[in-house]
Design a protein around this ligand. Structure first.
Ligand code: SAM
Length: 342
């Protein structure tokens, strides 16, 4: 993405470290890039921070160097996030940062740094890469994740038939704004391809959406009792709705290319207005597979006039989740995303 935006530089990344550092050759260009790379366009990243060089901390006083690094950036921030890589080693660091937080907050205030100024443009981040090393940086709250480490805190609903339900719950949160969420109400209709046992259908039903659940497998009996679900025991790849629906969601375990083709066909043919689908990725060449899926979608939809976002959600595993909708020329974008050919 940096190359596409004309910023030359180099990347430092270690396998399994769960983070990567990009340094632009031109410092001003790097700062500009960090400001303009919206997290929404990155598929596998959970957070993007414009970070300073590594701050080395002392065992007895971790706070002072962090405050100094923050002071060098500014005095007003829209929030304070203490983060670490999402690895086992990173998780161990949480036992260090939790007790550190009140001390750091106190020291920042004492140094005249307001980190809770809702009018400030940037949020302050302290990214720990070890017990005695961190990067202090900033992000634009409008372009980055509102949750520390990009991890949304979703509670598993006890009535939902499967843990998969959290994927669709997170997808709604990630891809849809207030207006789009309103289109997920009692007037809406949906088809759920690969629906069994019903975690995704449950998310739709709890919003009052009438769902046709397509799967040869069984659906959860309590969910069927809602009266909002019709179960079709047939092949989701060849199923067509008798009349157009508002939403199609798809969680079938199939090749990403096939699912990308299926979902974009639903949009192209007008069988649904919006779709959220999962692409199950192979262990290797995930990025290439995502790119191939993008190309298939682009070709099926005639090279433009659509809205596409893809993201490996926190609750996803070896997969990414995509949101795709038609975008009429001149109409307001009805969701945050990548406008293509509009
Ligand atoms: N989204 C579901 C939930 O939240 O409970 C879980 C779906 S599970 C990951 C995948 C489902 O896809 C399985 O129930 C399987 O039977 C179904 N499936 C696989 N291929 C299918 C096809 N061609 N047509 C319909 N369903 C299919």
């Amino acid at each position: 993405m940096a190359a596409e935006m004309g910023a030359e530089g180099y990347v430092r990344a270690r396998p399994e470290s769960a983070f990567a550092l990009f340094t632009a050759n031109d410092e001003a260009m790097g700062a500009d890039l960090a400001r303009h790379v919206p997290l929404s366009l990155l598929v596998f990243a959970r957070q993007v921070v414009r970070a300073g060089e590594l701050s080395t901390l002392a065992e007895g006083d971790r706070v002072t160097p962090i405050v100094a690094a923050a002071r060098a950036i500014g005095t007003r921030f829209n929030g304070l996030f203490l983060e670490m890589p999402d690895t086992n080693d990173g998780k161990a660091l949480a036992t260090l940062t939790r007790p550190l937080t009140p001390h750091l907050e106190k020291a920042l205030r004492k140094a005249g740094i307001d980190f809770a100024d809702a009018t400030a443009q940037e949020r302050l981040h302290v990214f720990f890469v070890g017990g005695l090393a961190c990067h202090v940086g900033v992000s634009d709250p409008a372009e980055t994740s509102p949750w520390p480490m990009g991890i949304p805190r979703l509670r598993m609903p006890s009535a939902a038939p499967s843990r998969s339900t959290l994927k669709l719950a997170e997808a709604f949160q990630e891809f849809l704004d207030e207006r789009s969420l309103k289109r997920l109400g009692p007037e809406a209709t949906a088809v759920d391809l690969g629906a069994s046992p019903g975690g995704w259908t449950w998310q739709l039903v709890r919003r009052g959406v009438a769902v046709t659940a397509v799967d040869n497998g069984a659906m959860d009996a309590t969910l069927m009792d809602s009266g909002l679900v019709k179960h079709r025991r047939t092949d989701g790849l060849t199923y067509r709705p008798s009349e157009p629906v508002d939403w199609m969601v798809c969680d079938v375990v199939e090749s990403p290319s096939r699912v990308a083709h299926l979902a974009s066909r639903w949009i192209a043919e007008g069988w649904c207005r919006e779709t959220i689908f999962n692409l199950k990725l192979p262990m290797k060449k995930r990025w290439e597979e995502v790119q191939r899926a993008r190309e298939i979608i682009d070709t099926t939809l005639g090279g433009g006039g659509y809205f596409l976002r893809m993201k490996q959600l926190y609750h996803d595993r070896e997969e990414v989740t995509a949101y795709l909708a038609r975008q009429k020329k001149g109409s307001d974008p009805f969701s945050r995303g990548e406008e293509k050919g509009v």
